[in-house]
Design a protein around this ligand. Structure first.
Ligand code: PXL
Length: 253
């Protein structure tokens, strides 16, 4: 059985974060490993509270797990603080992780900030150089590069700037061309990853997308193939989404 690790925040709704990532790994037939970086209190209407785990707890969770199991792929989701990024980067530099996917999470689907001061800069400087694939959405790519992305040219310019920070591939999500959802994958060449645009507000789509890429890389797919299949996986989960609460829909992972 292949293994995939997520380092992520806990989301009690099970729609995003660590819980969603584990469901995605399970759906793909990969054994899920998890290290919790923060505890959130939230429901389908929004995030109410965030408490990062302390340094020792984060470091111990990772060190003890990685001293035993070498994951076939790993994903970093919501890390929240600069020191969490530094601990993870140091630990991964020591253990040379295979197939690291970094989702530079900034805000929740309902708009709450999920990062502290300086965290995104630390992610760009310390984790992107170790990554196989990074998965910013248009907003995150704009903040990370300082480029205001307004169209496909802007997506391409930002993708190139992000590739220069060190990852093997960059996928910028959330573009659109008329009625087509456009994600752009760049690995030295541009690849449009198109999908049908689905209306409505869904929680955890970014988490599910980056987790699916991670699981597919663990199974041995190429980064481009993983990105394409991950997009299909998430679209399928959106089409079968359900509404257990009063707010956003949750993906059927
Ligand atoms: O989708 C970003 C995200 C990541 N991690 C956790 C979250 C969310 C969004 O709400 O709750 C724990």
């Amino acid at each position: 059985m292949k293994t995939a690790l997520t380092i992520a925040g806990s989301d009690p709704t099970g729609g995003a974060g660590l819980q969603a990532d584990l469901k995605v790994f399970r759906s793909l037939g990969v054994h899920g490993l998890s290290v919790v970086s923060a505890v959130t209190a939230q429901n389908t209407e929004g995030v109410d509270f965030i408490s990062p785990v302390d340094r020792e707890s984060l470091e111990k969770q990772l060190r003890v797990l990685l001293s035993d199991i070498r994951p076939d792929a790993s994903k970093a989701g919501m890390l929240y603080s600069v020191w969490a990024v530094e601990i993870i980067a140091r630990m991964f530099m020591e253990s040379s992780p295979a197939n690291l996917v970094v989702d530079p999470v900034t805000v929740s689907s309902a708009g709450t900030s999920l990062v502290g001061e300086g965290t995104l800069d630390a992610i760009r400087e310390k984790l992107f150089p170790l990554s196989r694939v990074i998965t910013p959405n248009i907003y995150e790519a704009s903040v990370l590069t300082g480029i205001m992305i307004e169209n496909r040219d802007g997506m391409e310019e930002a993708a190139k700037a992000l590739k220069d920070t060190g990852p093997e591939g960059v996928v910028i999500t959330g573009g659109h061309l008329d009625d087509i959802a456009l994600d752009l994958y760049y690995d030295g060449e541009f690849h449009a990853v198109e999908g049908e645009k689905i209306k409505g507000e869904y929680h955890g789509t970014g988490c599910a997308f980056s987790a699916a890429i991670t699981g597919l890389l663990a199974l041995g797919h190429s980064p481009l193939e993983s990105v394409r299949q991950a997009k299909e996986f998430v679209n399928h989960a959106i089409k079968k989404a359900y509404h257990p609460g009063k707010g956003m829909g949750l993906l059927n992972l």
